[in-house]
Design a protein around this ligand. Structure first.
Ligand SMILES: [Zn+2]
Ligand SMILES: [Zn+2]
Length: 148
């Protein structure tokens, strides 16, 4: 579903890293590149298998450390209900994110509703709850699966 090429996305991500003074190591770069080639979300172990093609001695901690970095930088969102990861192509901006997860094909789409986000925070505050990280995920049938 990525219209942008892997190379272009990597360039954008590397520029962000430079600006923030953090390092896009070869392993992190490779994990990022693999994620750009996925149609939907992918689990950590599937990622590890793909990473091994480039980094044969990669171990689970390798992939988890790389994913943690990519998440912290906002390049990747975690899909909690599916325990998988998906590339974010709007990583230059901090944005609220809600996930639409197709139960048939596994495709994951992001929506960015500030309204949902604000309402969520407001409702939580009424309960005296301080939100640190908000995840909203919906499971359903995507447009493509609906029409086939
Ligand atoms: Zn995003
Ligand atoms: Zn689908």
């Amino acid at each position: 579903m990525q219209a942008e090429t892997t190379e272009h996305l990597i360039k954008r991500a590397e520029l962000m890293c430079q600006r923030r003074g953090v390092r896009m190591t070869p392993t992190r770069r490779e994990v990022f590149a693999i994620l750009t080639k996925q149609d939907g979300a992918i689990g950590a172990y599937d990622l590890l298998e793909l990473l091994k093609a480039e980094v044969p001695n990669a171990k689970p901690p390798t992939i988890y450390r790389a994913l943690e970095f990519l998440q912290t930088q906002g390049f990747v969102h975690k899909v909690s209900s599916a325990n998988s990861y998906v590339l974010c192509s709007h990583f230059e901006k901090h944005h609220p994110v809600q996930m639409l997860i197709c139960s048939l094909c596994g495709n994951v789409q992001e929506i960015h509703s500030s309204g949902i986000h604000q309402e969520f925070i407001a409702q939580a505050e009424k309960q005296g709850f301080q939100v640190q990280h908000q995840m909203v995920e919906a499971v359903g049938i995507c447009e493509q699966c609906n029409h086939s």
